[in-house]
Design a protein around this ligand. Structure first.
Ligand SMILES: Nc1ncnc2c1ncn2[C@@H]1O[C@H](COP(=O)(O)OP(=O)(O)OP(=O)(O)O)[C@@H](O)[C@H]1O
Ligand SMILES: [Mg+2]
Length: 502
């Protein structure tokens, strides 16, 4: 049995962990990312590939060995897409293709979302597209784990991007059936959608403060059938960084643990600013072979997966040449997961899959009438042609003489028209004054009612508390703002506001 050693006194079965839904919660700087990356290191050693979606830009340091330089210090050959010095570029449109290639080649990938070029809408598009590929296409590729940092950005309590929410929720709920487990990482318990948090079977709880967080956790504990001993609730606010309470379904009783040492680099904020990409230090792991595998898969060429049915044995400088066989997941585990799926939901999902298949078949039917069937081009001696080289050469010639080549492609597309409501308000009315605050970005980060009142007072006359509440509620009802956790108003992206000055 391959284990994840979380602390000196707690180890859990790697396959069990990898195939389940887990959550790591704790306030800023409490050690969540450290714990998440420690688990990722050990999944790698167990031969279980992972994807990490990282809006903060910390996971790329998995490639560097720990600073302490101890005998166990080592970096891990994960491919980094996006961020400050990517192995592969990351765009919202290409991210799902990248994930598909990584699944085919058994490579672990860090999707580094930390970039000025990516908006939060881009983050959500990437996560939605990638999670859909992971959920619907992983079957047959072997066990895989997904880490989602800042999970509340994608599955907030008050859902406004239903498509992204659905992709993450479904993967958390149904992933076990296709060999996909998730770890949701977020600072506050109440920042993550309650329905999704309740799907998590295991919880690692770092320092946590605030009444709302504690209430959310108590609800989770109730669902998980754990009666929190008073010592836990009392200790949460003062837990030192690196200590956490661990609830594992099969262990049952919560346990206070001190997280084990990582083998890879633990970047603090100063290191993050200083070290570009994955660094240039001597211990940095070379991933060129892994990147090459992914590029082969991206080009649609067959590639033998690194880890499907295999396990990479522990040890330094391991690479594809040190692959050993991994036992298949126990049948009892698969049965257990199947039993957990609500039959009604499974029926709905099957119907949805059938409908999607019909749509795809219709589209393919149309395409095959319009275009010749796809085939693998061969050279005169029967070898498959290297399409990358041909494409590069065509591009070079086209650039040298742009007049000679004009390529027209046509592909079927589904067009969707979104009709937006447009409301015109008087700039001097209370609604108009709040609308102005929306246009200057005041509500981008979420603001309370009293914060809004102070800003209105600062920029003009004071307003009546009751009128303010009613007006904010009307803007929520009209879809311009959302009310988060019952106390913070936040702007809904893409809504248009015309302020008419008098
Ligand atoms: N188990 C640990 N052992 C040693 N140092 C740790 C441990 N956990 C965290 N730290 C240190 O504490 C700091 C904060 O840890 P980490 O970044 O993991 O917190 P976080 O909860 O993810 O914070 P944020 O919410 O800002 O992302 C890091 O600089 C790290 O070096
Ligand atoms: Mg973190």
């Amino acid at each position: 049995m391959t284990e994840i050693r979380l602390s000196a006194d707690l180890s859990v079965d790697a396959i069990e962990y990898a195939s389940r839904a887990n959550a790591i919660l704790g306030i800023r700087d409490s050690g969540k990312t450290y714990t998440g990356t420690l688990i990722a290191e050990q999944l790698f050693v167990a031969g279980i590939p992972f994807f990490a979606f990282d809006p903060i830009g910390r996971w790329r340091f998995l490639r560097l060995p720990s600073k302490d330089g101890g005998p166990k210090a080592r970096g891990f050959p994960v491919v980094v897409a996006g961020g400050s010095a990517p192995d592969l570029p990351l765009t919202p449109d290409d991210a799902p293709k990248l994930i598909r290639a990584a699944m085919a080649s058994g490579v672990s990938v860090v999707i580094d979302l930390y970039s000025v070029k990516l908006s939060k809408a881009d983050w959500r598009k990437i996560v939605k597209g990638c999670f859909e590929v992971i959920l619907y296409e992983n079957e047959g590729h072997g066990l895989r784990h997904v880490f989602l940092e800042e999970a509340g950005e994608f599955i907030p309590q008050k859902v406004f991007d239903t498509a992204t929410y659905a992709a993450v929720e479904k993967t958390t709920r149904m992933g076990g059936n296709v060999g996909v487990g998730v770890t949701l990482i977020n600072p506050r318990a109440e920042g993550v959608n309650k329905e999704v948090l309740e799907l998590c079977e295991n919880l690692l709880l770092h320092r946590q403060t605030g009444k709302n967080s504690l209430t959310s956790l108590e609800k989770w504990l109730k669902i998980a059938n754990v009666k929190p001993p008073k010592e836990i609730t009392d200790s949460l606010a003062d837990l030192p960084t690196g200590k956490c309470w661990a609830w594992f379904k099969e262990i049952g009783k919560p346990k206070l643990i001190t997280i084990a040492r990582k083998q890879s680099f633990d970047a603090n904020r100063r290191d993050m600013a200083k070290i570009k990409g994955t660094g240039t230090s001597a211990g940095r792991v070379d991933v060129s072979e892994f990147v090459a595998r992914m590029k082969t898969a991206l080009a649609g060429k067959p590639v033998r997966p690194l880890t499907e049915g295999f396990v990479v044995k522990g040890g330094r400088n391991q690479g594809p040449s040190q692959i050993k066989e991994r036992p298949a997941p126990p049948v009892s585990m698969i049965k257990k997961q199947e039993a957990q799926v609500d039959e009604k939901e499974a029926r709905a999902l099957r119907a949805e899959n059938e409908e999607l298949k019909r749509k795809v078949a219709r589209l393919e039917g149309k395409q095959s009438r319009d275009q010749p069937a796809a085939h693998v081009p061969m050279s005169a001696n029967g070898e498959p042609l290297d399409m990358d080289t041909i494409y590069a050469e065509v591009k070079r010639r086209a650039a040298a003489d742009p007049g000679i080549l004009r390529l027209l492609t046509e592909k079927p597309e589904i067009e969707m028209t979104v009709e937006r409501k447009s409301i015109q308000v008087d700039g001097s009315s209370l609604k108009g004054r709040i609308a102005k605050l929306i246009t200057v970005g005041f509500f981008d980060e979420g603001k309370t009612q009293s914060g809004t009142r102070s800003e209105l007072k600062r920029t003009g006359s004071d307003v009546n508390q009751g009128n303010l509440w009613k007006t904010l509620a009307a803007l929520v009802a009209d879809g311009f703002l959302t009310l988060e956790s019952g106390k913070e108003y936040r702007v809904v992206e893409d809504m248009k506001i015309n302020v008419v000055e008098k």
